[in-house]
Design a protein around this ligand. Structure first.
Ligand SMILES: [Zn+2]
Length: 190
């Protein structure tokens, strides 16, 4: 099944163990916030912090698993055209837009899009930010660069358990996060 996720919006899909999820940056330079909750246990969910702990790395490679808060593998990376994804940043939210740009009121954001599409009320969501290109230097300074993903670049993930997945085309147009503009994301589940 193919889905089109318009700019600044989110989509939920129910995915069975063994199914593959393809997330495509349709126009290039766009981040897709990726989050998932176990289909059977809502307090087990995808955790970028646990994932970087398990790999002792901020970089995801083909063959790596993405882990839950309970240190169980939830997805495996089957292929990846890009090789640059972020494990550090929470979903953008109105308070973030207020903090940096004083424009949070009414601003579309991944936090509300993700909670809304998943039917959740989580107080913070830490997604795997697909295609988001961040670097950390030796002094600890974090820099967000424009994504290196080109139009049509994709990542393929295999679900290792039954999950509900939320994917949001990130709403930040104020910085390099999405190359200064917001564009759609493609999704395929098979
Ligand atoms: Zn966002």
């Amino acid at each position: 099944m193919d889905y089109y996720i318009p700019a600044c919006s989110g989509k939920k899909v129910n995915v069975k163990k063994g199914q593959r999820i393809t997330v495509t940056d349709l126009e290039g330079g766009q981040v897709a916030d990726f989050f998932a909750v176990s289909a059977t246990e809502r307090e087990e969910f995808l955790s970028p912090a646990v994932t970087l702990d398990c790999h002792a790395s901020l970089k995801l490679n083909v063959g790596d698993a993405l882990y839950t808060n309970r240190y169980r593998p939830m997805f495996r990376i089957i292929s990846d055209d890009v090789g640059a994804h972020d494990l550090l940043f929470p979903c953008c939210r109105p308070e973030m837009y207020d903090f940096f740009y004083r424009n949070g009121d009414g601003h579309p954001n991944c936090f509300n899009n993700m909670n809304g599409t998943l039917g959740e009320h989580r107080s913070i969501i830490n997604p795997v930010n697909l295609f988001m290109y961040t670097t950390v230097d030796e002094k600890g300074k974090i820099t967000i660069h424009p994504p290196i993903s080109k139009a049509g670049d994709k990542i393929v993930l295999e679900a290792l358990m039954d999950v509900k997945v939320g994917i949001c085309a990130c709403s930040v147009s104020e910085s390099d996060t999405n190359s200064g503009k917001c564009t759609p994301i493609g999704l395929c589940v098979e």
